[in-house]
Design a protein around this ligand. Structure first.
Ligand code: ATP
Length: 458
C-alpha cells in the first residue's frame, strides 16, 4: 500500500487533501493523471450500467436533502459505528474493525452490549496492537452523518441539513419524478454517481476508507417477489465487469453477509484482495425489498406506489442495489495494475499495466531529441493527428527516451511513439515516414508507417 500511495503522489494520481496545511484526515485530491483514470472508470461504469442495459436511466440529484430524508432512511438513529476512546491519548478506535483485525467475528450491526462483551474479552490484545495503555472509555455508537448549517441563519443547530451519508437516497427521492416523466415499465433501473460523506472514526488505508467519497449506485426497481433470479444475474454482471476492466479474477471474490440488517432479504459483497489490507469490501450488492420506498411514502405522505399498467394494481416495487465507492474501485485498479519487474541491468521497472481504456493517456509521442527542430516538427505533426483521433495523448520530450519510457510505464501509457532520424528518411530510406511504437507491457518496439499509425494503435 505504501508503494502504491507513493507512486500515486509522485506521478500525479492522488494527493493528500489540504497537504500544504498538514493535510485533512480522510480526504484526498485527484491529480492530473488521477482524474483521467477516475473519469475513465466512471465512463466505463456508466456505459455498462446505463447504455448497455435496457430501461436504465441516469440521475444526478442535489447533495443536500430535506432533513426528514435521513429520518426516513434510518440514518439519524441507526447510521453509526461502535467507538472507544483511549483516555490517555484520545486515540479513537472502531471496535468492530479492531475485533475483525484480530480474527474475531464482529460487525457494526451488533448491539453495543454484544460488542462491549467481545471488546472486554480482547481488550489487552487490541491495546497492544495499537500501542495503547488499555484505559478505554465504554463502547458507544457514534453517528456517522456529517451536519451542515445550510439555512441555519440563527445558528441554532436544530434539525440540521446533513451531507449525504449515502448517495442512493437521491435515487429514491426522484423515483416518482422518473415514473411520471419517463413512464418506465418494471423492471427499470436508476443509476447515479454522486458524493457521500461519513464521519469515519479512523479513516485509513489510503482511498479505502475516506470521509468524503463518491459512490456509483444502481437501483433496479422490480415487481415484488420477482427479485431472486435478477439478483443472481446482477451479482454476476458486476463481477464480470471488474474482470472486463482488467482486474485479475483471483483477486476478486463474493462474500455473503450472515448478519443482515432487518429490511435486507439478501446481501453480498464483492471483495478485493487489497494490498496490506487483504480481502475487504469493494462493492455491496443488496436486495432491499420494499423498505426504502415504503419508508419515504410513510414519512413524506406521498403515494409512491407503482400503478401496474397490465394489472391496474398498485404496489411498492422492490429494490435491488449495487453500490461501490469510486475511491475503492480506483485503489483496486491501481493495486491490480501495479507491477515491478527486474531488468537485465539489475534495475527495477515499475509499470502500471492498466487496461488501455482506463489509462490516463492512450499514447505518448516524443521526438528522439528535443533540440532538433526537424524531429520536433515531425513529432508535433504526429502528435496533432493522434490527439485529433484519441484526445488523451501525451507529449513527452523531457530527459532521454529511456527516462520517458520509465515515466510513461509508471502512469500506464499503453504505447509510446518516437520520431527519429529514420522517420525523416535520413538513415535507412525504407524506414522513411515510419515511427517506433513501443509496447508498455512487453517493451517490444515495432516500426509502423505514420499512415497506418491510427489504425494500428486502435
Ligand atoms: P464498510 O463496512 O467498509 O464501512 P459499508 O458496508 O458501510 O462499508 P456501504 O454503506 O454499503 O459500505 O457503501 C457502499 C460502498 O461505498 C462500499 O462498498 C464501498 O465501496 C464504499 N464506501 C463505503 N464507505 C466508504 C468509505 N468510508 N470510504 C470509501 N469508500 C466507502
Amino acid at each position: 500500500m505504501e508503494k502504491i500511495t507513493s507512486l500515486a503522489k509522485r506521478r500525479g494520481f492522488v494527493f493528500p487533501g489540504s497537504e500544504i496545511y498538514g493535510g485533512l484526515a480522510g480526504v484526498y485530491d485527484f491529480g492530473p493523471n488521477g482524474v483521467e483514470l477516475l473519469n475513465n472508470l466512471k465512463r466505463l461504469w456508466w456505459k455498462a450500467n446505463v447504455y448497455d442495459k435496457e430501461s436504465h436511466y441516469g440521475l444526478d440529484a442535489g447533495m443536500f436533502k430535506h432533513p426528514r430524508v435521513w429520518d426516513a432512511s434510518g440514518h439519524t438513529t441507526g447510521f453509526s459505528d461502535p467507538i472507544v476512546e483511549c483516555r490517555d491519548t484520545q486515540t479513537r478506535l472502531r471496535v468492530d474493525k479492531e475485533l475483525e483485525a484480530i480474527g474475531i467475528t464482529a460487525d457494526e450491526k451488533m448491539s453495543t452490549t454484544e460488542l462491549q462483551k467481545l471488546f472486554d474479552e480482547h481488550k489487552d490484545t487490541i491495546a497492544k496492537r495499537n500501542n495503547l495503555s488499555g484505559n478505554f472509555t465504554p463502547v458507544r455508537a457514534f453517528n456517522l452523518l456529517v451536519k451542515s448549517n445550510l439555512g441555519d441563519f440563527a445558528s441554532e443547530g436544530g434539525d440540521p441539513v446533513y451531507l449525504p451519508g449515502e448517495a442512493c437516497q437521491g435515487i429514491y427521492l426522484n423515483y416518482k419524478n422518473v415514473v411520471d416523466s419517463m413512464s418506465p415499465k418494471l423492471p427499470f433501473g436508476l443509476v447515479q454517481i454522486n458524493k457521500a460523506f461519513r464521519n469515519e472514526i479512523s479513516p485509513r488505508n489510503f482511498l479505502f476508507r475516506t470521509r468524503e467519497m463518491e459512490q456509483a449506485d444502481t437501483q433496479l426497481f422490480v415487481k415484488p417477489n420477482e427479485n431472486k433470479d435478477t439478483f443472481t444475474q446482477i451479482k454476476q454482471d458486476r463481477m464480470d465487469w471488474y474482470v472486463s476492466i482488467g482486474i485479475k479474477p483471483e483477486n476478486l471474490r463474493f462474500k455473503q453477509h450472515d448478519n443482515l440488517i432487518f429490511y435486507c432479504a439478501e446481501a453480498w459483497d464483492i471483495e478485493y484482495n487489497f494490498p496490506s489490507l487483504g480481502w475487504d469490501e469493494l462493492e455491496g450488492i443488496h436486495d432491499r425489498t420494499d423498505y426504502d420506498l415504503t419508508q419515504h411514502m410513510e414519512f413524506s405522505g406521498v403515494d409512491l406506489r407503482y400503478l401496474d399498467p397490465e394489472t391496474s394494481e398498485r404496489y411498492i416495487p422492490w429494490i435491488l442495489e449495487t453500490s461501490v465507492g469510486l475511491g475503492r474501485m480506483f485503489l483496486a485498479v491501481l493495486a491490480d495494475a501495479y507491477h515491478e519487474e527486474e531488468l537485465e541491468d539489475g534495475k527495477t521497472r515499475t509499470v502500471l499495466k492498466l487496461h488501455p481504456d482506463l489509462a490516463p493517456y492512450r499514447v505518448a509521442v516524443s521526438p528522439l531529441l528535443k533540440n532538433k527542430p526537424e524531429l520536433v516538427e515531425k513529432a508535433r505533426e504526429v502528435f496533432t493527428t493522434l490527439k485529433r483521433e484519441f484526445g488523451n495523448v501525451a507529449w513527452d520530450d523531457n530527459g532521454n527516451v529511456g527516462k520517458r519510457y520509465r515515466r510513461q510505464d509508471e502512469i500506464g501509457t499503453p504505447h509510446c511513439v518516437v520520431i527519429d532520424f529514420d522517420t525523416l528518411g535520413q538513415e535507412d530510406p525504407a524506414n522513411a515516414d515510419t515511427v517506433t511504437v513501443r509496447d508498455r507491457d512487453t517493451g517490444e518496439q515495432q516500426r509502423v508507417a505514420i499512415a497506418d499509425l491510427v489504425r494500428r494503435l486502435k
